[in-house]
Design a protein around this ligand. Sequence first.
Ligand code: ZN
Length: 269
Amino acid sequence: MGIYINDKKLDLTGRTFGRLTVIEVDTSITKLKSRQRRWLCNCECGETTTVAGSALKNNQTRSCGCLRKEASAAMGRASRTWSLKHGESKSPEYRSWNAMVNRCLRKGNPAYKFYGALGVLVCSRWLTFEKFLTDMGRRPNLAYSLDRINPRGDYTKENCRWATREQQANNKRNTILVSYKGETYPLRPLARSLGIAPDMVDDRINAGWPVEEALTRPAKVWKLYITYKGEAKSIIEWSKVTGIHNNTIRERLKRGLSPEECLNNWKPS
Ligand SMILES: [Zn+2]
């Protein structure tokens, strides 16, 4: 997909993408077909499958196929039986559930690119509407809607609540939005979907890296840059310029100080 600079060298062994955990490179297929690496993965459901690296990194493939099957079955089941029987299909809880499943699992959904495509999952328990309703209870009133407590997390009992618009806005304020390849994304889910540690991306952006570079540069060659007065230099370079020990600068950065505070002879009181 051209997102990774060193695609061929990137080792996905042990990494988790949705329900898939990468076991090893599937060399038999790589040699026969293309230069694109394929990876042997274990699925949570117990199946084993082989997936192209790019499909994993872009969250195109997040299970052996069981996820989509379960979602379709759940939607069918819900609309056919219980929910219809109880007139439930018109309830606000059902509509919230339906919208959640769709934006996470249906590629055709307009919101999919902000959810499913970024790796946001619905826990398998919640693929059944009744269980979702049992866990969440009824929506308190019109002012409430389904909200993820950690906006970077999945749709699970632990991470969801009925929240007012105000609560949700507070939550979203903590979400950094970035522009990447011409689209706006919440930073941390985007980092996750690109297979790069969100904390590291946060650190890089705080240190003044351009967004694209912060999201794509492999961790191994990570060199922290600090932009100050229009100049981007590594910690070592800044250390030489300012005479402040590089470990001191690093420590200040970790504490979340601004470049200005990191590079001036500032002492905590
Ligand atoms: Zn599976």
